[in-house]
Design a protein around this ligand. Structure first.
Ligand SMILES: *[C@@H]1O[C@H](CO)[C@@H](O)[C@H](O)[C@H]1NC(C)=O
Ligand SMILES: *[C@@H]1O[C@H](CO)[C@@H](O)[C@H](O)[C@H]1NC(C)=O
Ligand SMILES: *[C@@H]1O[C@H](CO)[C@@H](O)[C@H](O)[C@H]1NC(C)=O
Ligand SMILES: *[C@@H]1O[C@H](CO)[C@@H](O)[C@H](O)[C@H]1NC(C)=O
Ligand SMILES: *[C@@H]1O[C@H](CO)[C@@H](O)[C@H](O)[C@H]1NC(C)=O
Ligand SMILES: *[C@@H]1O[C@H](CO)[C@@H](O)[C@H](O)[C@H]1NC(C)=O
Ligand SMILES: *[C@@H]1O[C@H](CO)[C@@H](O)[C@H](O)[C@H]1NC(C)=O
Ligand SMILES: *[C@@H]1O[C@H](CO)[C@@H](O)[C@H](O)[C@H]1NC(C)=O
Ligand SMILES: *[C@@H]1O[C@H](CO)[C@@H](O)[C@H](O)[C@H]1NC(C)=O
Ligand SMILES: *[C@@H]1O[C@H](CO)[C@@H](O)[C@H](O)[C@H]1NC(C)=O
Ligand SMILES: *[C@@H]1O[C@H](CO)[C@@H](O)[C@H](O)[C@H]1NC(C)=O
Ligand SMILES: *[C@@H]1O[C@H](CO)[C@@H](O)[C@H](O)[C@H]1NC(C)=O
Length: 711
């Protein structure tokens, strides 16, 4: 499949092409031996492609090659450009291309070419621009001998291929005119090139992200007096940022996320032309220096997931072009009110998740009228949301969980007016308040995701939720809600993730749940992305869009009674079903075996009786299964998926028998030794962890964990 980075290929409309060919055949000029060689080199290139994307129709021996698709010639009729990006080409790049002595630019990006990169391309004495990005080229890059005369290459893009091995060094030494080198998204190893700028003084762009480079950032980069972009994120670089790098004041984009860099940030303030600074996911420490205000052009500040501490300096409000501030997962403290956010009118995203900020939500935030995403959860902030949040007309993502907010009625009234809001996380607030009923709440017409978990809210599921027709995910777990599941649940056409576990719901499992359209069909909701990634259960599970979540129904830890409805078999799209810890009775319905997409099934701690349906063996992607602590009987079906689960999946059902649980069928009584309680607790804990990935909160997981890790 072609990457989304690659533009669609454009072809001539066919009638035009046909006409062009007719004209060309009649106008074909006389050939010379020199041009004969150009033509045959091109035909050799064509012959190397196992799939030529229709090129063969144009590249015909009996026509003038200067008119072939993708070819441009110089006035002296040598090929100057071979531009064949996004042509659907497969096969290899022929080394005969090196015989095109006047070739200046070659662009083969966004194809499916394989094999190696011919040395003839790199060592060419004519080529200025070489782009073979987004292919499947393999192997190592060869070193050119250091005595090779200077080569004219200016732009090299070999990114997004499958190259391996150490990055060459002498090869770049002969590229005295190099301006841009993009080798990102390969598997290169070894040190970053150290002497690039000594040989190529006008070097501007170095992009080496997504490789396996290791070692320190070389001080030699200090010689790059023209460098504007340095990208080496997602490698294994370590050590501190050398002082020499801070001398490269031409730098506009410094991007080194997800390495092992350590040390302080202080030198950064010398890079006064910085537009983007991305040092997220390292081991940096110290403070943000007061003088950060000198970075007058700074637009994006990414320092997330480091060990940075201290207060946010008020001088940050001098960086008036800031659009993004991402500081999540550090140890910042102090009051946010020090920063005057009204000086930062361009702000679009603020993410402060998991720090130690205290005090009130700063009023000045409400003047950032272009804000689309605001996440303050996981701090010690308190106070109330102001009515002024209505000024944020573009606000789409709001996460203010666990901020000791009170008065849920007022909060929902304020937020309901926002037409832009799509993702709202307000869990772990409003402790022991009552969930507001119908009439007082209105709006929220564009909400996709709503989390009001862990609030110990009382009441029933309120009717105003029925108007949220765009809702995809609803988290109401760990409250004290009671009453039945309303009939209108099945009218929420896009709802595919419902977690109402750990409440006090009663009665039979509503048939409305069995009619949820998204769970009955494979349909997916229209694709949308979160403005900020959402973390569920653990910081290492990151979701960029709601659609990446599995289809889940979690009714665990309630007081549901009666039998599991046989209509459960309609929910064919369900990936995880948790009915654990209720008072369900009767048999496991045969229909549950129709849920071919199930990966997680938890029916534990109920009063289920009868046998285990043999057809459960057909659920061949089921990876978590728990029916412990029921009253099931008879043989455990063998020879299928159920045999892949440990005996701990079946514990606490003394009347079950079978080889899995070492209680052979036909023996007189079940062996009471089998339910060793200590073993059971530890395996249940493991289950809770595995389930946690799906359900957001495992049976054993408490509010602490949830609020630390969730949105
Ligand atoms: C192209 O045509 C010439 C004669 O016009 C012939 O000599 C040559 O072999 C042909 N090349 C290929 C690759 O068919
Ligand atoms: C063309 O390229 C091939 C492969 O690199 C080489 O063997 C051959 O000598 C070259 N032919 C000419 C005429 O330069
Ligand atoms: C043709 O012209 C280009 C530049 O226009 C030059 O680089 C090349 O050497 C010339 N080739 C011949 C064979 O004259
Ligand atoms: C190569 O072609 C692609 C698609 O047209 C384009 O995006 C890319 O910028 C080109 N590469 C260079 C170095 O110009
Ligand atoms: C490859 O990188 C070069 C230099 O950075 C750039 O001009 C070109 O657009 C890139 N090609 C693609 C397909 O992104
Ligand atoms: C480098 O190439 C990647 C594609 O592999 C592209 O996304 C990126 O924009 C390029 N970077 C530069 C600076 O050209
Ligand atoms: C890396 O390359 C693969 C394969 O070409 C592509 O699908 C992916 O989008 C690239 N990743 C980045 C970050 O450019
Ligand atoms: C290159 O950098 C090294 C180390 O920073 C320095 O000693 C040397 O003077 C620099 N050379 C030039 C030409 O700037
Ligand atoms: C921020 O800007 C104000 C006004 O331009 C100036 O007085 C102050 O010194 C600056 N602070 C910093 C730390 O740059
Ligand atoms: C807000 O965004 C709009 C549209 O993107 C833009 O026209 C406007 O200038 C921005 N306002 C500020 C204060 O940046
Ligand atoms: C909550 O806010 C509403 C206004 O929306 C107000 O009428 C009510 O008295 C408040 N409740 C409490 C307990 O302060
Ligand atoms: C279920 O009901 C019993 C009493 O009937 C009560 O003690 C228990 O707390 C309830 N459980 C839940 C999870 O609501």
């Amino acid at each position: 499949m072609r990457s989304h980075h690659c533009p669609n290929s454009s072809r001539f409309p066919l009638p035009f092409l046909g006409l062009a060919l007719v004209l060309l055949i009649s106008l074909a000029p006389p050939t010379s031996s020199c041009t004969e060689q150009e033509k045959s080199s091109l035909l050799q290139l064509l012959a190397g492609f196992s799939q030529d994307g229709g090129l063969g129709a144009s590249w015909r021996n009996d026509t003038d090659f200067c008119t072939w698709e993708g070819i441009t010639c110089s006035p002296n009729r040598t090929v100057s450009d071979v531009l064949l990006a996004s042509r659907g080409l497969e096969g290899s790049i022929s080394q005969f291309i090196g015989n095109l002595t006047g070739l200046l630019r070659i662009n083969l990006s966004c194809n499916s070419l394989s094999g190696g990169l011919p040395l003839e391309l790199v060592s060419s004495s004519s080529i200025l621009v070489l782009d073979v990005s987004f292919n499947r080229l393999t192997g190592a890059l060869s070193e050119l001998p250091s005595l090779t005369p200077a080569r004219p290459l200016q732009v090299v893009n070999i990114s997004s291929n499958l190259f391996t091995g150490r990055f060459p060094s002498t090869t770049w030494e002969v590229m005295k005119s190099l301006v841009a080198l993009n080798a990102s998204n390969n598997s290169f190893t070894g040190q970053l090139p150290t002497t690039l700028c000594l040989s190529a003084p006008s070097f501007v762009v170095l992009e080496l992200s997504f490789n396996e480079f290791s070692g320190n950032i070389p001080p030699g980069l200090g010689n790059c007096s023209m460098l504007k972009l340095l990208g080496a994120g997602y490698n294994n670089l370590s050590g501190t940022l050398p002082d020499e790098v801070f001398k490269v004041t031409s730098l506009e984009h410094l991007s080194l996320p997800n390495n092992w860099l350590e040390g302080a940030l202080d030198g950064i303030i010398k890079l006064t032309n910085l537009v983007t600074l991305d040092l997220g996911g390292n081991k940096l420490s110290g403070n943000i220096p007061d003088s950060i205000g000198q970075l007058k052009s700074l637009e994006e500040l990414h320092l997330e997931q480091n060990h940075i501490s201290g207060e946010l300096p008020s001088a940050l409000s001098n960086c008036t072009h800031l659009t993004t501030i991402s500081l999540k997962g550090n140890q910042f403290h102090g009051e946010l009110t020090k920063v005057n956010f009204s000086n930062l009118p361009n702000l679009k995203k603020i993410d402060l998740l998991h720090n130690n900020f205290i005090g009130n939500i700063p009023e000045s935030l409400y003047s950032c009228s272009n804000l689309t995403a605001l996440r303050l959860s996981g701090n010690h902030l308190h106070g109330q949301l102001s009515e002024k949040i209505g000024n944020l007309k573009s606000l789409s993502f709001l996460s203010v969980a666990n901020l000791s907010l009170t008065n849920i009625t007022r909060t929902l009234q304020i937020l309901g007016r926002s037409r832009s809001l799509t993702n709202l996380f307000i869990g772990s607030n409003f402790l022991h308040e009552a969930i507001p009923e119908d009439d007082s709440i209105d709006g929220f017409e564009n909400l996709h995701v709503l989390s009001m978990s862990d609030c110990s809210l009382s009441g029933t599921i309120p009717g105003w939720l029925s108007k949220l027709t765009h809702l995809r995910m609803l988290f109401l777990q760990s409250n004290q809600l009671t009453g039945p599941i309303p009939e209108w649940t099945s009218s929420l056409n896009l709802l595919f993730y419902l977690d109402i576990s750990n409440n006090s719901f009663i009665g039979e499992i509503s048939t409305a749940l069995m009619e949820m359209p998204m769970l009955k069909s494979d349909r997916t909701a229209p694709k949308v992305f979160f403005e900020l990634p959402v973390y569920l259960f653990s910081p290492f599970i990151q979701y960029l869009k709601p659609g990446a979540f599995p289809k889940v129904l979690n009714l665990a830890i309630n007081n549901f009674t009666g039998a599991i409805p046989e209509e459960i078999g309609q929910l064919r799209a369900l990936v995880a079903l948790n009915l654990s810890s209720n008072k369900l009775s009767g048999e496991i319905p045969q229909e549950i075996c129709n849920l071919r997409n199930l990966q997680v099934l938890d029916l534990s701690v109920n009063h289920l009786t009868g046998i285990i349906p043999a057809a459960l063996n057909n659920l061949n992607i089921l990876s978590e299964f728990d029916i412990t602590n029921n009253d099931l009987e008879g043989p455990i079906p063998t020879g299928g998926q159920l045999s892949t689960f440990p005996d701990s999946s079946f514990d606490g059902n003394p009347k079950l028998c079978g080889p899995v649980i070492a209680n052979p069928c036909g023996s007189a009584v079940a062996d009471p030794e089998l339910t060793n309680s200590r073993e059971q607790i530890s395996t249940n804990a493991i289950f809770a962890i595995a389930f946690g990935a799906f359900f957001g909160v495992g049976v054993l997981y408490d509010q602490m964990v949830l609020t630390r890790y969730f949105g």
